[in-house]
Design a protein around this ligand. Structure first.
Ligand SMILES: [Zn+2]
Ligand SMILES: [Zn+2]
Length: 98
């Protein structure tokens, strides 16, 4: 039995992921829907794909995984590190909207 993780790469280093880890919070409030202000948008976050070494680091507490919700990213990375859009990854669940 091989887990279907062949198309996943580690969120931190890009190596082939050996598995996924549930994020500390599965939902992210994105605020109001611009098309319908009475409706607030909540996003369900995917599990975090990690390689064996980074799974160990996360369990160990030495690695903090954050999320960038910029439309160009919407991906996990190490908290405080810059994401591809230039903003740092932030703690999941932290409200960080300007
Ligand atoms: Zn890794
Ligand atoms: Zn980003």
């Amino acid at each position: 039995m091989t887990p279907n993780a062949t198309d996943l790469s580690c969120a931190i280093c890009g190596a082939p992921a050996t598995g996924t880890v549930e994020p500390a919070r599965k939902t992210l409030a994105r605020g109001l829907d611009p098309a319908d202000p009475s409706y607030s948008v909540t996003v369900i976050l995917p599990d975090i794909a990690l390689c064996a070494a980074h799974t160990h680091d996360l369990r160990d507490g030495g690695l903090l995984v954050g999320w960038c919700d910029d439309p160009r990213c919407r991906m996990y990375g190490e908290i405080g590190e810059p994401s591809p859009c230039g903003d740092p990854y932030t703690k999941v669940g932290a409200r960080n909207r300007a």
